[in-house]
Design a protein around this ligand. Structure first.
Ligand SMILES: [Fe+2]
Length: 729
């Protein structure tokens, strides 16, 4: 067998060189260029690649190895491509252009059933390499932070796009509740979370299924994507977050274990974030997406853009709060359509309201980052007492210092999933209800104080408020924020948790790349849709008898509900976000409060908050005090209202012990079939609302496919299934 041997002589002392140096991928984000190549070298190397391809008649190049001296690159090797590639096209159009790959290899939608592997002719990661790049080939770039991040964002901002050319932005997140979203020419065309496909609630993984579905639903393939935006893993913001993180760590010095736990928090965050960031880049690279087409955006900035840009307001304060993300847990922004977002204040992950709420969730026997809603429901049954006092002493708003504070110690640590060692002893003898009340009240008071401080410092004391982040899934907190006299209007992004940051990442790129100032999102019907043929096939495969409904469908379904039947309502595109809002819903009448026990038993759920009501716009004011048609959040079940006497009398099953309800108000233009059923029920019975709860079995995600719905029917979750134009018999 012949054996060839070669030796790397670049940098060899025999030629008077001082040694071998690695520079890395010069097409990587600016901050990752190992030897700090300037823009001129990048441009010259790109031009050299184009010239080499034309000289040798290549369809494209994967990359070109070169050495550089005094800013001039000298070619060593051209790595040809078998099909047009990013690097070739970018070389022709300027390496910072986002122009699309040329046809014909990429023309038309991909017909392959699987998106896990790239198709033939699909662009792969370019390998425009520097000297010795093989040494570290495949290494993901370092996080774009600080100045590098600014340069990266500037690169996005400065891109050029031909008139009329389609811009495709894929949003991807591999945080908990991973998912994907698609924005085409500034329009949100698809969004879904991975849990709905893989049937594992809030799953954290690279969302292959969501990406594949999103692209296929729009007739696109991965090579059509101009940019990938991710609403996470940007890393610490050195200007805004680092000083606050240091301040918060130092402030723990006087507390038992304070510094150790704070240090541990940062170490865990840094190592976990880096691992997931590498997973994101690596998985995208396997799909053929080059690193320099991926923009990791700040976690809380992504939450903030989802809260503001689809909102009805032209100016607002944007408030985000969660467990943690990119080393922060709370941010407050000033936002306007003309000037975008400007950070006013933030809190580090050491002072995390989400961690506080999560550790109490765990203490009460529930799963943190998952069952916080149960604690919110339980809180309405409790009263103020020692639990409130204790939690108020470890998590509070420091009025004198003007900042959120926490005291790490035996009863608080900035980890939702680790119960502090002294908590059980300190809360011994306190009822679960009072503990829940305590954490809920502290959350409300602290975040309201934080907000009021900033409103008080503004010339205009009346604001619109946009909310996102995991803490804003707390409908009672949202109610308290909305109830502040200084707050005029509130918009809560319907997918407010980390599951919304796929869309947040895509929005962030669209805002910066395309100057988008508003995203229309009148509904959350952005997920997969299945036709009657799919439904019929699912029925037949499971041997479920069924018939086709006619024009009287609303009356038929309303009659079933009025007769006390539990109806599975399966129509149209799957909802984006945690709430079922008329696509994958369970409908039942709310006239008897005991249905909260019986229906929860059928669904194998334990809830302390009653089911939520749905009504139509014409009846909403008679159900909810202060309701106005322009209160957009009432369409998404993200905020509480005080129930009217009429609602409490006619529909007691949907009114909480504290007199509140968290409605969905349906407008016909948004979901005609659903609207017609609710309207038919109200007109038939005189009851102004009915129950709408999510269509899923215990601890399962909301149903996605017709088969999921049929399985839920088989488990006895519902009596009747209405899917498309078909109804079970
Ligand atoms: Fe978050």
């Amino acid at each position: 067998m012949p054996l060839g041997v070669s030796r790397q002589i670049v940098g060899d002392a025999a030629f008077g060189a001082s040694g071998y140096q690695y520079c890395g991928n010069i097409m990587a984000p600016a901050g990752d260029r190992g030897l700090g190549f300037d823009d001129e070298v990048v441009e010259r190397a790109s031009a050299m690649a184009v010239a080499a391809a034309e000289l040798f008649g290549l369809v494209g190049v994967n990359g070109i190895d070169f050495v550089a001296a005094r800013g001039v690159p000298y070619a060593l090797e051209v790595i040809r491509a078998r099909a047009p590639r990013w690097s070739w096209w970018s070389g022709r159009t300027g390496c910072r252009s986002s122009r699309r790959m040329p046809p014909p290899a990429l023309a038309g939608p991909c017909r392959r059933s699987s998106w896990r592997r790239p198709c033939e002719g699909q662009p792969r990661c370019p390998r425009v390499r520097g000297v010795g790049a093989d040494v570290v080939s495949g290494r993901p770039p370092s996080p774009a932070t600080g100045e590098a991040a600014v340069r990266l964002e500037a690169m996005v901002e400065n891109g050029t796009r031909a008139e009329g050319e389609r811009l495709v932005i894929l949003g991807v997140t591999n945080t908990p509740d991973s998912g994907a979203a698609l924005i085409v020419d500034g329009r949100i065309v698809a969004a879904a979370n991975e849990e709905r496909f893989v049937r594992k609630k809030l799953v954290q993984c690279f969302p292959s299924e969501s990406i594949g579905w999103a692209l296929a639903s729009a007739g696109l393939r991965i090579g059509d994507v101009d940019w990938v935006g991710s609403g996470c893993w940007k890393g610490i913001d050195q200007a805004d977050t680092l000083p606050i993180l240091v301040r918060d760590i130092v402030s723990q010095a006087g507390h038992e274990d304070g510094l150790q736990q704070a240090e541990r928090r940062v170490q865990v965050s840094a190592s976990r974030d880096e691992a997931f960031r590498q997973e994101l880049y690596g998985s995208l690279r396997e799909l053929g997406v080059p690193d320099n087409r991926v923009l990791c955006c700040d976690h809380h900035y992504s939450h903030a853009v989802t809260a503001f840009y689809p909102s009805p307001f032209d100016e607002a304060l944007v408030f985000t709060a969660d467990g943690r993300g990119d080393f922060r847990s709370v941010t407050l922004w000033e936002a306007s359509r003309t000037d975008g977002l400007r950070l006013l204040d933030c809190a580090s992950e050491i002072t995390s309201p989400g961690a506080l709420y999560g550790l109490i969730t765990k203490y009460l026997g529930f799963v943190p980052d998952r069952h916080e809603g149960k604690v919110t429901g339980l809180a309405a049954h409790g009263t103020r007492g020692p639990a409130y006092d204790l939690l108020r002493s470890v998590f509070f708003y420091d009025q004198a210092g003007g900042r959120l504070r926490s005291r790490i110690g035996p009863c608080f640590r900035p980890f939702a999933s680790a119960e502090p060692p002294g908590l059980a002893g300190a809360l011994e003898g306190v009822s679960r209800e009072d503990v829940a009340y305590g954490v809920q009240k502290v959350l409300e008071e602290v975040l309201c104080a934080f907000l009021l401080r900033h409103i008080g410092a503004r010339p205009r004391k009346s604001v619109n408020l946009c909310l996102a982040g995991g803490c804003m899934s707390n409908v009672k907190l949202n109610y308290e924020l909305a109830d502040l006299p200084q707050v005029r209007g509130v918009y809560v992004f319907p997918q407010m948790g980390d599951g919304g940051n796929a869309l947040g990442g895509a929005m962030s790129v669209a805002i910066q790349r395309d100057g988008i100032r508003r995203f229309d999102m009148p509904t959350v019907y952005l997920g997969p849709e299945y036709g009657d043929a799919d439904v019929e096939a699912a029925f037949r495969s499971e041997g479920v008898g069924h018939r086709r409904l006619g024009a009287d469908a609303p009356a038929v379904v309303a009659d079933l509900i009025a007769a006390g039947r539990i109806v599975g309502w399966y129509q149209g595109r799957l909802e984006y976000g945690p709430r079922a809002l008329g696509s994958r819903s369970i409908l039942a009448q709310a006239t008897d409060a005991s249905i909260n026990t019986t229906l929860n038993a059928r669904l194998h759920r334990t809830e302390f908050m009653p089911f939520a009501p749905v009504t139509i716009d014409a009846y909403a004011a008679s159900c909810f005090e202060g309701w106005e048609p322009d209160q957009v959040s009432s369409r998404f079940m993200t905020i509480c209202y005080r129930a009217t006497k009429l609602l409490a009398q006619r529909c007691p099953a949907v009114v909480h012990v504290d007199g509140t309800a968290r409605p969905q108000v349906v407008f016909r233009e948004h979901n005609p079939a659903y609207y017609d059923v609710v309207k038919a029920y109200i007109e038939k019975t005189g009851n102004p609302a009915l129950i709408n709860t999510s269509f899923n079995h215990h601890e399962e995600p909301i149903v996605n496919t017709p088969r999921d719905a049929v399985r839920s029917l088989r488990k006895g979750n519902v009596d009747v299934l209405v899917a498309g134009q078909l109804i079970t018999i």
